[in-house]
Design a protein around this ligand. Structure first.
Ligand SMILES: NCc1[nH]cc(CCC(=O)O)c1CC(=O)O
Length: 308
């Protein structure tokens, strides 16, 4: 197995490169002598940096080009933030493993205020996530939500330039890039329920590539897989990608899986919440049940309006 080279498709943002290099390092640690090579790609989501994500639309904005590379044989695996991975895959590809989860929370980042609770009612808050927006607008109806795109460093630079009173970013991205000290306060799941898969890295590959599966197996994390499977099952039933105001977060306590889900209108006036628990072997049913509960409450009306 020593002459093998695994070609890793990745986006070129500092966070994507960190994640791809992390996977390369973990594989080399497990298989001394194994060679890896990064195949750096640009996705549609990377090109459309000015448009608000909700308007750009389309699922798989950050993964399609990487998938094309694997189907054409220019790459063997693709490393993704699970948050950006659609629930369905193109023919011939699938998700092989999910790695252990980094901090799944959203981070409140501000140079002027110590916490969300300290913000003035009319604060200017930077986020391009409808999920974060609806939860903030529920608590701060008068807050001004301003678009915030670009990689993590660009977003922090915009905050430092005074464009916002605060911004919300994934804690995992800040921690991976060595920017944990920029987290002013992590938000609890009650303050900002995370997105499905947030903080987890997943690896996609060709279904029929048995050799690659033998390598990837060592990276699998069972607890994270169970949690993310529940979260993705909820999104699948709601037909939601990462550009919609949907949050889903599962946690394991002992032998039980606890999950919370949320769908909100972007103006924060309507928020539907659901929670339930199950055994660890019922992750998909748990996520689907949460979705059904949200739909019964009226979530489908919010989602229909967004898609139309
Ligand atoms: N949608 C972009 C994206 N995809 C994954 C992360 C962060 C890392 C992670 O959640 O694993 C981010 C940035 C952010 O939400 O601030």
């Amino acid at each position: 197995m020593t002459e093998k080279i695994i070609r890793i498709a990745t986006r070129q943002s500092p966070l994507a490169l960190w994640q791809a290099e992390h996977v390369a390092a973990r594989l080399q640690q497990a298989f001394p002598g194994l060679k890896t090579e990064l195949v750096k790609m640009v996705t549609r989501g990377d090109k459309m940096l000015d448009a608000p994500l909700a308007k750009v639309g389309g699922k798989g904005l950050f993964v399609k080009e990487l998938e094309q590379g694997m189907l054409e044989g220019t790459a063997d695996i693709a490393v993704h933030s699970m948050k950006d991975v659609p629930v369905e895959f193109p023919d011939g590809l699938h998700l092989a493993v999910i790695l252990d989860r980094e901090d799944p929370t959203d981070a409140f980042v501000s140079n002027s205020y110590r916490s969300l609770a300290d913000l003035p009612a009319d604060a200017r808050i930077g986020t391009s996530s409808l999920r974060r927006q609806c939860q903030i607008k529920e608590k701060f109806p008068q807050a001004e939500i301003l678009s915030l795109r670009g990689n993590v460093n660009t977003r922090l630079a915009k905050l430092d330039a005074g464009e916002y009173d605060a911004i919300i970013l994934a804690s995992a991205g800040l921690k991976r890039l060595g920017l944990a000290e920029r987290i002013t306060a992590p938000l609890t799941p009650d303050e900002s329920l995370p997105a499905m898969g947030q903080g987890a890295i997943g690896i996609e590959c060709r279904i029929d590539d048995a050799e690659i599966h033998d390598y990837l197996r060592v990276l699998h994390d069972e607890d994270t897989s169970i949690r993310v499977n529940a979260e993705r099952a909820m999104n699948a039933r709601l037909n939601g990608g990462c550009q919609v105001p949907i949050a889903g977060f599962a946690e394991i306590r002992g032998e039980r899986l606890f999950m919370r889900g949320l769908v909100g209108s972007p103006d924060g006036k309507l928020l539907y919440r659901a929670e339930a628990e199950s055994g660890l072997d019922q992750a998909e049913q748990l996520g689907q049940g949460i979705a059904d509960d949200l739909l019964r409450q009226g979530a489908d009306k919010i989602l229909r309006e967004l898609y139309s």
